[in-house]
Design a protein around this ligand. Structure first.
Ligand SMILES: Nc1ncnc2c1ncn2[C@@H]1O[C@H](COP(=O)(O)OP(=O)(O)OP(=O)(O)O)[C@@H](O)[C@H]1O
Length: 702
């Protein structure tokens, strides 16, 4: 019986078809599977670059394009209107990569056209001048492409040629062009190198290419794939994502890093399902957790899209760390109430007002700010579980800027203890305190989970890590962690090793951004200003090789004279997106402050633009603070109110006079926050400000 596999490119093509044509495709696929090889109706093509490529009829207007691998195995590549199908089919050629052994498709006619229209010698230096032919070959680049690559001198040219090249080879070239060293790219492909590749065995090659070709076990699996044609990530992972998610065993905690949009969440979801499928039937479970409830809900929705197997679903608990901590503490019989944000703001304002004074660098007598005291409590006292003045006196204050003299420490300690007591008197706990309480309970109980998968790990507090550590017995595959230090937007400076989570030798970095266009990514990275970031594994993180796979329109930066004008322009912009048939829920509007968010929501509603309201179950454009945008994504994003005085938010910045080190750190955190907001955009990014632009923007505006 003939077997039909699905090519990655087929899914978006299928998604675009009208339902009527989709049904005809479904029928053609069924018929295909029922036929024996001799009776398959494959149409001949004249002028094809590859005799293995054929057409199959779908209906009167559409044809499918397939490649015959041999052994009655075929891959469905695309479904297109008649003429387009012919043009596609005659231009493509399939080969087996000599180094990686994977099956590759190239647009041969396109490559020939590129060769005939590109000047023979680059006027400036070539893009790959520093890389030898031997290295390019070693990384899997085809020998016949080398002369052509030597003609390329700009990113644009690479992009133009790249569209016609096999995806894996383009990935390598993009990595090199974005500044990765040969050895770094080599490290990404080294695991996949196959010795003694038989370039005639297309079936074996196709089986080595799960990132591109899916052999489907039967009609049930096929129907599941076709039911989610937009969710390409369900079926096709980047080789590094697949390698990371489907590794049989990690001999301890594993850390996957990668900046925005590189598929960390996707990889974590696949890992959670992989682990759940292997659990014994003894009630063991996987914990899939993340930073906030909204993110946990988003994870849960994605998990549903990845698997509808009820047994697997039942074995995975998806819950935010805060909720988990609360549940553990309340189930232990303790009654707790969580302190509201306003109560905490007030608590620390009062503490600061009544607190000690000191002489700052500018020689002025001042009090410790409420932000300083609160951070000192969270990031030093609670982080290290300090319970006595002596312990606080001796404690390191890593990441907390200027040192405190012994006398100052005593004063600060007394203030913190008084604030803690005040909270306790009111029978209130913070989420961080609850995480600490829950960690103590968890350590005294049998491990709740067999495996823990953590998304958005960069912002978790040490107390939360202690809780997660205590929920799973140390050992193989215990913890699978996903984090991006460039998206750290809260204060936690965590060293996993110091918390008993040793990831050394088990870290991998994802570098290909699947979400954001090249243009948006370019701008987003510039906001970070080349500042280094420290990872959870204590190593310096890097954005080298971080790259996008799509091109699009350049972001728009709109200056305005007044807020009213700015809002009017926003209404127009969102209205245009809606007119272009962008769904309201695929549009996000972000601002730095809650106050701006409220005004924007009201302004849009008054202009009859639907605004999402989760409490009332209303779908619409999502308007939220930049913090709330974390982890989400939208087709179109507007970020407004990017004025000096709003971003960086004055209340979030320690003055340079008070503490230059903390000042620098705070500024960097605001940059990361803007980076997070910008990288939520898939296709369109619109930025605006009134009056003087934010000082974090000039790097953007050039
Ligand atoms: N292999 C893949 N194929 C197609 N799309 C993918 C793939 N991996 C990820 N994506 C898509 O890229 C986008 C970003 O993925 P994801 O949210 O997992 O990234 P992330 O690294 O967790 O991002 P962030 O840190 O910015 O929240 C999503 O739309 C996801 O569906």
């Amino acid at each position: 019986m003939a077997e039909l596999a699905i090519d990655r490119g087929f899914l978006p093509a299928y998604a675009r078809l009208q339902r009527r044509v989709q049904r005809a495709v479904d029928a053609a696929i069924r018929k295909f599977a029922e036929h024996t090889h001799s009776r398959l109706h494959l149409e001949k093509l004249s002028g094809a670059r590859d005799p293995k490529i054929h057409l199959i009829p779908i209906d009167q207007a559409y044809q499918g394009v397939v490649v015959a691998l041999g052994e009655q195995k075929y891959v469905l590549l695309d479904v297109l209107p008649h003429d387009d199908a012919i043009a596609f089919a005659v231009s493509r050629r399939f080969t087996v990569n000599q180094v990686l052994g994977v099956l590759e498709m190239r647009d041969q006619a396109g490559i020939e056209e590129f060769a005939s229209t590109t000047p023979s010698r680059p006027p400036a230096g070539g893009l790959f001048d520093g890389i030898s032919n031997a290295d390019l070959l070693r990384l899997g680049v085809d020998a016949d492409l080398l002369p052509l690559l030597r003609l390329i001198s700009t990113d644009r040219q690479l992009e133009s040629l790249g569209r016609r090249l096999p995806e894996g080879q383009l990935d390598v070239l993009n990595g090199l062009a974005s500044g990765m060293a040969v050895e770094e790219v080599w490290a990404e492909v080294a695991d996949r190198i196959v010795s003694g590749v038989d370039t005639d065995d297309l079936v074996a090659a196709a089986r080595r290419t799960p990132e591109r070709i899916a052999f489907v076990s039967g009609p049930v699996e096929l129907a599941a794939i076709l039911a989610h044609p937009f969710d390409v990530w369900r079926t096709f992972l980047h080789p590094t994502q697949r390698d990371v998610a489907y590794r049989e065993t990690y001999n301890g905690p594993a850390l996957v890093t990668g900046s925005a949009g590189t598929g960390k969440t996707v990889t974590g979801l696949h890992r959670a399902v992989f682990l759940a499928q292997r659990l014994p039937q003894d009630g063991s479970k996987v914990l899939l957790t993340t930073f906030t409830r909204a993110l946990a809900e988003a994870l849960d929705r994605q998990l549903y899209r990845l698997t509808d197997d009820p047994m697997v679903r039942a074995r995975i608990d998806v819950v935010s760390v805060d909720k988990l901590a609360y549940e553990i503490v309340t189930r232990s019989g303790r009654k707790v109430a969580v302190a509201e944000a306003e109560v905490l703001d007030q608590l620390w304002d009062v503490a600061a007002k009544n607190g000690p004074t000191y002489v700052n660098r500018a020689g002025r007598v001042t009090t410790f700010s409420s932000a300083f005291l609160r951070r000192e409590w969270e990031q030093v006292v609670l982080a290290q579980r300090l319970t006595t003045l002596q312990a606080y006196r001796d404690a390191p204050r890593k990441g907390r800027g200027e040192g405190l003299r012994a006398a100052q420490r005593e004063q600060v300690w007394a203030t913190i203890v008084a604030a803690e007591r005040d909270l306790a008197k009111r029978r209130l706990r913070t989420h961080t305190q609850l995480a600490d309480d829950a960690a103590v309970i968890a350590r005294q109980s049998p491990a709740r989970y067999r495996h823990v998968v953590v998304d958005e790990g960069q912002d978790l507090h040490p107390a939360q890590w202690r809780l997660l550590r205590a929920l799973v017995t140390p050992g193989p595959n215990d913890m699978f962690l996903l984090a991006d230090s460039y998206q750290r937007i809260y204060d936690s400076q965590v060293s996993l090793a110091q918390l008993g989570i040793e990831v050394r030798g088990r870290t991998r970095r994802l570098t290909v951004n699947y979400r954001t266009t090249h243009e948006i990514l370019d701008l987003s990275v510039r906001v970070l200003n080349g500042e280094a970031a420290t990872g959870l594994d204590d190593d310096g993180d890097s954005l080298r090789g971080y790259r996008s796979i799509t091109r699009g329109q350049p972001p728009v930066l709109a200056p305005h004279g007044s807020r009213d004008n700015e809002f009017e322009a926003l209404i127009e912009r969102v209205g245009t997106w809606l007119d272009q048939d962008v769904e309201p829920h695929a549009i996000g509007v972000a601002a730095r402050t809650g106050q701006l968010v409220k005004t924007i929501s009201r302004t849009l509603s008054e202009a009859h633009i639907p605004v999402a309201d989760d409490k009332r179950g209303i779908d619409g454009v999502r308007v939220a603070t930049m913090h709330r945008m974390k982890g989400l994504e939208f087709q179109c994003i507007a970020i407004v109110g990017l004025d000096a005085g709003v971003l960086p938010a004055p209340h979030a910045i320690t003055s340079a006079a008070e503490d230059p080190h903390a000042h620098k750190q705070d500024l960097q955190r605001e940059r990361c926050l803007l980076f997070v907001a910008l990288t939520r955009a898939r296709d369109m990014l619109y930025l605006s400000h009134s009056g003087t632009p934010s000082p974090l923007l000039p790097a953007v505006a050039q």
